[in-house]
Design a protein around this ligand. Structure first.
Ligand SMILES: Cc1ncc(COP(=O)(O)O)c(C=O)c1O
Length: 364
C-alpha cells in the first residue's frame, strides 16, 4: 500500500515545543489550561460535570453545527460536518473526491497535508509559487481542485479585496472545485471583516477550526462545509475511522464559539503586539533579509540572507537564544524560517532581546 512521506515539521515540533522558553515554532496560540478556559468562557462547573460521555452524533452535535453555521452567510447545519481536527476533514475530503486523473493546484510552500494526501490519492500536483505574488490564473487554469489556504500557512499571506475579485473572476471562468482551508479565520488584522470562501458561488468547500486561534490545540475539533451529498460520503468514511468526536471537546468548542466576541479581542491584541515587536526589531536581525508582515493568522516566513541554510540557523537560534523556529526546509523551501506569533508577549519580547544580542555578536 502506498504511504505518505513523513510529515516534515513534526519531528522538530515534538522535540522542541515543550522545552523552549520562546516557542515560535508552533503555528497556534500558546495553549490555555482547562481552568483558564473555564474562566474565560464562564463555564458552570455543574454543567461540565453533568456532561454525558456517550458518543456525540456522527455529524457532530446540532448546537455546535448551528453555532458554526452562524459564522457564515446562509450555511445551514446540514452542510457542516464536525471532524477530529481539520486534518481529518482534509484527509477524508481528499480521499472522497480525488483520483489519479485529478490535478490539484495550491500555493507553495504549503502546509504539507494539503499536497501530501492528494499525492497519496494518486492526484497530480500543480503548485504555484506564492512568495513572488499570487498568480491566480495559473492556479485555476491547471487544476481541477484548487486549494486556497487563507490566511496562509507558512507565509502569513492574506487575500486583499483585489485578490478576491481575481478569485471570483477565475472561478467563474473555469468553474473549478475550490477548497478553502480557513484554519485562521478568527485572526484577521485588516480593516475589513474576514471574508470566507464559502461566500463565493460554485463548487465550494471550506474547512475551519477553533484550535490554533483560541489556544486549544488538544481539543482536536475541526469542520468541513460544502455539498451535503459529498459530506454524506465523507461522514460514511469517518464512521470507519474516528466515528464521532470527543463529547468534552465538542462541548468546550461550543462554549468557545459562543463566547468568541468576548475572548477574541485579548487574543488578537496579544498576537498583534508580537507582530509589532517583530516588525520593530526586524532590522536588527541581521541574518534575515525580508519578510511580509502578516495581516491574518499566526505565522510569517522570513527569508534568510544568502548562503544561510535554514536548519543550521534554526539549530543555532535554539542553542544560543532558546528560541524555537521551524526551518524552511521542513516546508520544502530552503533559505527561509517560519516564525509563529502565538507566544505570550513577555516570552516573545525577551526572546527578541536575546535574538538581537546574538545577532550583534555575529558569530555564525
Ligand atoms: C493550514 C492548516 N490546515 C490544516 C491544519 C490541520 O489542523 P488540525 O490541527 O485542526 O488538524 C493546520 C495545522 O497546523 C494548518 O496550519
Amino acid at each position: 500500500m502506498k504511504l505518505p512521506r513523513e510529515f516534515l515539521i513534526e519531528d522538530r515540533l515534538e522535540k522542541f515545543r515543550n522545552i523552549t522558553t520562546c516557542n515560535l515554532g508552533e503555528s497556534g496560540l500558546q495553549n490555555f489550561t482547562l481552568g483558564e478556559l473555564i474562566t474565560l468562557c464562564n463555564i458552570q462547573i455543574e454543567e461540565l460535570f453533568s456532561l454525558s460521555l456517550k458518543d456525540s452524533p456522527n455529524n457532530g452535535s446540532l448546537p455546535l453545527r448551528k453555532e458554526i453555521s452562524s459564522l457564515y452567510n446562509s450555511i445551514d447545519p446540514e452542510s457542516i460536518l464536525i471532524t477530529t481536527g481539520t486534518s481529518e476533514a482534509l484527509y477524508l475530503f481528499f480521499k472522497t473526491i480525488l483520483n489519479n486523473e485529478t490535478r490539484v493546484g495550491y500555493f507553495s510552500p504549503a502546509f504539507q497535508a494539503l499536497y501530501e494526501i492528494p499525492l497519496l490519492c494518486g492526484a497530480s500536483l500543480s503548485p504555484v509559487e506564492i512568495l513572488n505574488g499570487k498568480n491566480f490564473e495559473s492556479l485555476f487554469k491547471n487544476s481541477d481542485l484548487v486549494i486556497l489556504n487563507h490566511p496562509h500557512n507558512p507565509t502569513g499571506i492574506s487575500f486583499s479585496p483585489e485578490d478576491w475579485k481575481e478569485i471570483d473572476y477565475w472561478n467563474q471562468k473555469y468553474d473549478r472545485t475550490i477548497l478553502f482551508d480557513e484554519h485562521y479565520q478568527f485572526l484577521n488584522y485588516t480593516d475589513f471583516p474576514f471574508q470566507s470562501g464559502m461566500n463565493r458561488k460554485g463548487k465550494i468547500f471550506a474547512t475551519g477550526s477553533i484550535t490554533k486561534s483560541f489556544g486549544v490545540t488538544g481539543l482536536r475539533i475541526g469542520w468541513i462545509i460544502g455539498d451535503p451529498n459529498i459530506l454524506k460520503k465523507i461522514r460514511s468514511y469517518k464512521d470507519y475511522i474516528t466515528h464521532t468526536v470527543n463529547p468534552i471537546s465538542e462541548y468546550l468548542a461550543l462554549q468557545i464559539l459562543k463566547k468568541k466576541d468576548q475572548i477574541l479581542p485579548a487574543i488578537i491584541s496579544r498576537v498583534r503586539n508580537n507582530i509589532e515587536t517583530f516588525d520593530f526589531v526586524f532590522k536588527d536581525l541581521k541574518r534575515l533579509e525580508s519578510y511580509s508582515k502578516p495581516l491574518g493568522g499566526l505565522v510569517c516566513f522570513p527569508k534568510l540572507k544568502n548562503g544561510i541554510t535554514s536548519e543550521f540557523y534554526a539549530d543555532e537560534l535554539k542553542k544560543n537564544c532558546d528560541i524555537f523556529v521551524l526551518p524552511g526546509l521542513n516546508f520544502e523551501r530552503e533559505g527561509y524560517i517560519r516564525v509563529g506569533f502565538g507566544e505570550s508577549n513577555e516570552n516573545f519580547k525577551n526572546g527578541m532581546f536575546r535574538w538581537i544580542e546574538w545577532e550583534k555578536k555575529n558569530e555564525l
